[in-house]
Design a protein around this ligand. Structure first.
Ligand code: F6R
Ligand code: ZN
Length: 185
């Protein structure tokens, strides 16, 4: 896509957790998160039994140029792998000058941020607006056992995704089910 000449919109359908008018749909199943959970044996067993969707992303396309903005909806299902809550893969932006904003819409989530030896966690509730500064790796986790966690993201179109760095320098904080809530270890 070279340029956008006309304004456009899409609509998030709250009752269905679907973005009406999306261009790209991605789903990440248990099989796509091989190696991401601490208990890999349990993740594999769960995948063999039923390869559940862990999260879905609905995106709009824009040209990947400086000045344009990407935006999407992410829906993380409730669940855990041996107590470790369902989460996104997490990534850094290739362009380290690119920040991002997450806006909580439904459910209860946690945004885990990592920058070298520094960690931050932000609780994401409906209407929480979180700012991810440039250079920070970011991952979201659904910390509810019974409802999806939904959030909206907006970020510069020339950010790029660096998933490899999040594998080489894995997120050191894990988010575990604890009583009716969670704990971070
Ligand atoms: C984009 C961004 C989010 C995530 C989405 C899925 O820069 O941070 O839109 O891409 O929540 O998470 P990942 O990309 O980590 O699988
Ligand atoms: Zn991002």
């Amino acid at each position: 896509m070279d340029e956008i000449k006309n304004p456009f919109y899409s609509t998030f359908i709250r009752e269905k957790n679907i973005l009406e008018g999306y261009d790209v749909y991605e789903e990440r199943k248990l099989s796509d998160l091989k190696g991401y959970f601490e208990d890999e044996n349990e993740r594999f067993k769960m995948e063999q039994k039923e390869n559940k969707i862990i999260y879905r992303v609905y995106k709009k396309n824009v040209p990947l140029h400086e000045g344009e903005l990407l935006h999407c909806e992410t829906i993380i299902e409730p669940g855990n792998v041996n107590g470790e809550f369902f989460m996104t893969k997490g990534h850094y932006h290739v362009n380290e000058k690119c920040a991002e904003i997450y806006y909580g819409q439904k459910g209860k989530g946690l945004l885990v941020l990592q920058n070298g030896s520094e960690f931050k966690c932000i609780e994401m509730n409906p209407d929480t607006i979180a700012y991810i500064p440039a250079g920070w790796g970011h991952r979201t986790i659904n910390v509810s056992s019974d409802e999806p966690f939904v959030f909206f993201s907006i970020w510069p179109a020339d950010s790029g995704y660096d998933y490899k760095r999040a594998v080489v320098e894995p997120f050191e904080r894990r988010v575990i089910k604890f009583e009716n809530s969670y704990k971070i270890k």
